[in-house]
Design a protein around this ligand. Structure first.
Ligand code: ZN
Length: 336
């Protein structure tokens, strides 16, 4: 068993679990803050404030944090933001109301539990939850910093989608080339949501798209990933009639692959890498709204149509550039 198994399960929870409320993200982030502590039993009364703080912080970003109309717990969080209740009152409301479903549902993805549990429910015996060895493996993994950023990014995407409160098939995530961020918009309304790095990293499992070297999305880290256009951006200026500055064409690459001595720069990637891009995009599609709708809209609801779209772009693109494709050596395990 490698640390990767735990990281993978954590990512499944954050990226692929269905959401009726954002509590899972809040619990994920609150737990990651407990990683450094010696004691593996976390009393709900100790967890309550870090957990509720995540929710109160996000309520200021997007007032919709659940799909149901009313929630007594969210009302308490809003009251705290309006300074109508104290932190002690927020704590006791959170212990009473905040954990009901999230502790039961945290590990569920696609109707069953992930393989590794990160905590055991000891509410009855000990009024808390107990962190497991799998949780500590996660904390000690090189991906730890990335997971914190990815959880925040996924949360921003989900809450922004709820905040627009429109039909999912109208949602669209756009990339802003200057800011390297994703925006969500309908008509004139456009909201900046998350850095492209944080949104994409989980779907590449924290590794370079091309060579599988480990990458980071934490600002200032020496392994900080570059955002690369699989089909080079300049093809648009040469006349390729496809919007390449978009989610489906953006991948994270290590600096060596993107701009090292034998880097990709403006070359076309080797043909067989189209298959890998397709797989990466199918991972994105599994994550429900809003990324899924964005890809559906571009290339169809059927997997076959989406693959044909990529193959078509590849064959078109070769007409506009150097015919010698680029491919790097492998620098890690294949994850895509
Ligand atoms: Zn690389």
């Amino acid at each position: 068993m490698s640390d990767g198994d735990q990281v993978q399960d954590w990512r499944r929870i954050v990226l692929y679990g269905r959401n009726v409320a954002s509590y899972k993200f809040a619990l994920a982030r609150a737990l990651l803050q407990f990683g450094e502590r010696g004691n593996d039993l976390i009393l709900l009364s100790d967890l309550a404030v870090p957990f509720a703080n995540e929710i109160t912080r996000h309520l200021k970003l997007a007032d919709t944090q659940a799909t149901s109309k009313s929630s007594r717990f969210l009302e308490a969080c809003r009251a705290f933001n309006r300074q109508e209740i104290s932190e002690d009152q927020l704590r006791s409301k959170t212990v009473q109301l905040g954990f009901n479903n999230v502790i039961d549902a945290f590990h569920v993805v696609d109707h069953s539990d992930v393989r590794h549990r990160f905590f055991d429910d000891e509410r009855t015996e000990s009024r808390g939850i107990r962190l497991t060895e799998h949780f500590y493996r996660l904390v000690n993994s090189t991906q730890y910093g990335n997971l914190i950023e990815e959880t925040e990014s996924r949360w921003r995407l989900v809450e922004t989608a709820w905040d627009f409160s429109i039909s999912p098939n109208l949602l669209k995530v756009d990339y802003d080339h200057e800011e390297r961020k994703f925006f969500m918009g309908v008509g004139q309304k456009r909201v900046g949501i998350t850095s492209a790095r944080a949104a994409l990293d989980g779907y590449q499992r924290g590794r370079c798209f091309y060579c599988s070297a480990p990458i980071s999305i934490v600002p200032g880290d020496p392994l900080l990933a570059d955002i690369d256009h699989f089909f080079p951006w300049m093809l648009m200026s040469r006349g390729l009639p496809v919007l390449l500055d978009a989610l489906w064409n953006l991948v994270l690459a290590c600096a060596e692959c993107n701009r090292g001595s034998n880097g990709k720069f403006e070359r076309m990637p080797a043909f067989h890498l189209v298959e890998r891009l397709h797989r990466r995009n199918e991972w994105l599609i599994r994550s429900y709204k809003p990324l899924r709708e964005t890809l559906f809209k571009l290339a169809g609801r059927q997997e076959k149509a989406r693959k044909e779209f990529l193959l078509k772009v590849y064959s078109e693109a070769t007409r506009y550039c150097n015919p010698n494709p680029w491919e790097p050596p492998s620098r890690g395990p294949d994850v895509l």
